[in-house]
Design a protein around this ligand. Structure first.
Ligand SMILES: *[C@@H]1O[C@H](CO)[C@@H](O)[C@H](O)[C@H]1NC(C)=O
Ligand SMILES: *[C@@H]1O[C@H](CO)[C@@H](O)[C@H](O)[C@H]1NC(C)=O
Ligand SMILES: *[C@@H]1O[C@H](CO)[C@@H](O)[C@H](O)[C@H]1NC(C)=O
Ligand SMILES: *[C@@H]1O[C@H](CO)[C@@H](O)[C@H](O)[C@H]1NC(C)=O
Length: 383
C-alpha cells in the first residue's frame, strides 16, 4: 500500500517537471568468480569482484528488501537468464556477469542481501549494488527501500570484510583485497531520482550539484582504499536522455533529451578526471574509467553496425506513467519482443544483454582511450 502511495507521488512529481524524466533505477550488480581452471592464463590473477552501485549492476539485492519499488524479480525480466527472473534489470546477463566470465571467474557473484551469501560463498566477491540507489544517501527514497552507496560500503566493511578475513585466515585486508576488482557503477539515480525531481537545494546549479556528488564519491572511494581496495573500475553514467523512458516523456522531441545527457556528460567528465586526481591520494591503487556513455551512444547512433534493429523502443511492455508506473520497469507478465538481440533497450531504461555484452567486451579489451581510460580491465586485472 505504501508502495502504491509512493508510486503515485513519484508519478505526480515526475509529471510536474519536464526534467524529471529520469526516474532511473540504474543499478547494477556484479557476479564474481571462483577458481580459475587455466592457471597459465594471467587473468587468473583476479580472484573476484566486489560490486557497488545501482540497477545497472544489481544482481538481486533488492529481492530481499521489503518495500522496495525497484525490483526486477518477476517475468519478463530474466527471460534469457539461465535461472529466470533473478533481480537483474535485463533479459539475461548484466555487465558484471559478462565481465566475470571474461575474468574467468567460475560463477556468478553472490548478492549481499541473499541469506545464503556467507562462508565459502564470498571468497570470489560479493555484489552490494541496489537498484534505485545513489551516491547520495537520499537518492532513491521515492523507490522505497534501497541501499545507498554509503550503506553498501558499510555492509562491505562491517559484514563481508571480517568474514573474508576469517575465510582466508588472514587479518591483513590489504593482502587479501589486492587481487580483487572493486567495480563502482552509481550516479545516474542522483540525477534521475534526485536532482531532476527537484529534491536538491532548489538553487543549486547542475555544475555545483555535479561537483558535490563527485566529491562525495571521491570520499567513498578513499574509504574503500583505506579498507584495502586497490583496483577500481568506475562505470560512467549512460546517455539516459536517449532511453525509451526519456523519449516517451518528450514525444515531440527529435533525438535524445538533451539536459539528461548533459548531466551524464558532466558527471562522466568529472569521473574521468578523478582517475588521475585521486590516485596520488590512494597509494598503490589503479583505477579504470569505463565510458559506457560513449559505448552506448555509438550503439544508439548506428545500431545496425552492431547488429541491432531497434534503438529507441523497449523490448518489454513498460508500465507507463499514465498507468501508475514509472516508464522504466516492465509490466509484470507483460509481453516482450520475440528477438531480444535486435533491441538496445530491454525496458524503459536498462539495456538488453546484447548491449551489456558490447559494454563488457569493450570494458575488458578496448584499446580506445575514449572507451576505457587509461587502460582496459584486462590490463588492470594483470597488474
Ligand atoms: C528494508 O528491507 C529490510 C529487509 O527486509 C528490512 O529489514 C528493513 O526494515 C526495510 N526498511 C524499510 C525502510 O522498509
Ligand atoms: C584475526 O583477528 C581476530 C580478532 O582480533 C582474532 O581473533 C583472530 O585470531 C585473528 N586471526 C588471525 C589469522 O590472525
Ligand atoms: C538563490 O541564490 C541567490 C544568489 O546566490 C540568492 O540571492 C537567493 O536568496 C537564493 N535563493 C534560495 C531560495 O536559496
Ligand atoms: C535475432 O536478431 C539477431 C540480430 O539482429 C540475428 O542475428 C538473429 O539471427 C535473430 N534471430 C532470430 C531467431 O531471428
Amino acid at each position: 500500500m505504501s508502495i502504491l502511495r509512493k508510486a503515485t507521488t513519484l508519478q505526480i512529481m515526475t509529471m510536474s517537471q519536464n526534467l524529471s524524466l529520469l526516474c532511473v533505477f540504474l543499478i547494477f550488480s556484479f557476479t564474481t568468480p571462483s577458481t580459475c581452471q587455466n592457471t597459465a592464463n594471467h587473468d587468473c590473477k583476479t580472484k573476484g569482484m566486489f560490486v557497488f552501485g545501482s540497477s545497472l549492476v544489481d544482481n538481486g539485492n533488492n529481492n530481499f528488501l521489503t518495500n522496495s519499488l525497484a525490483k526486477a524479480d518477476f517475468s519478463p525480466y530474466g527471460v534469457d537468464f539461465p535461472l529466470g527472473p533473478s533481480g537483474r534489470f535485463t533479459n539475461g546477463e548484466n555487465v558484471i556477469d559478462i565481465l566475470g566470465k571474461k575474468l574467468q571467474l567460475s560463477d556468478y557473484i553472490p548478492s549481499f542481501t541473499d541469506p545464503s551469501t556467507w562462508g565459502g560463498k564470498i571468497v570470489n566477491g560479493v555484489n552490494f549494488a541496489s537498484g534505485g540507489s545513489g551516491i547520495l544517501d537520499d537518492t532513491g527514497a521515492l523507490a522505497g527501500n534501497v541501499t545507498s552507496l554509503n550503506r553498501q560500503i558499510s555492509n562491505f566493511e562491517k559484514v563481508t570484510l571480517p568474514e573474508l578475513e576469517q575465510q582466508f585466515g588472514n587479518n591483513n585486508s590489504k593482502e587479501i583485497l589486492s587481487d580483487f576488482l572493486f567495480v563502482v557503477g552509481s550516479g545516474g539515480n542522483d540525477y534521475s531520482l534526485h536532482y531532476f525531481l527537484g529534491l536538491a537545494n532548489s538553487n543549486v546549479s547542475l555544475e555545483a550539484f555535479t561537483d558535490s556528488v563527485t566529491a562525495i564519491l571521491s570520499a567513498q572511494l578513499k574509504r574503500l582504499h583505506e579498507l584495502g581496495a586497490r583496483k577500481f573500475v568506475l562505470m560512467a553514467i549512460n546517455p539516459n536522455g536517449c532511453s525509451p523512458m526519456a523519449l516517451a516523456r518528450v514525444p515531440t522531441q527529435e533525438g535524445c533529451v538533451e539536459n539528461l545527457n548533459r548531466a551524464s556528460t558532466m558527471f562522466n567528465s568529472n569521473l574521468k578526471s578523478l582517475v588521475d586526481d585521486i590516485r596520488p591520494q590512494m597509494p598503490g591503487s589503479n583505477l579504470v574509467f569505463v565510458n559506457a556513455y560513449k559505448i552506448l551512444s555509438d550503439v544508439i547512433s548506428s545500431p545496425r553496425s552492431y547488429g541491432f534493429r531497434d534503438a529507441s523502443n523497449s523490448c518489454c511492455e513498460v508500465r507507463q506513467v499514465s498507468e501508475g508506473g514509472t516508464g522504466i520497469l516492465c509490466k509484470r507478465g507483460g509481453s516482450i519482443c520475440s528477438n531480444r538481440s535486435e533491441y538496445v533497450f530491454f525496458d524503459g531504461l536498462h539495456p538488453t544483454q546484447s548491449v551489456n555484452d558490447v559494454i563488457a567486451t569493450k570494458a575488458f579489451s578496448s584499446l580506445i582511450g575514449d572507451e576505457v581510460y587509461p587502460f582496459n580491465v584486462d590490463e588492470l586485472s594483470q597488474i
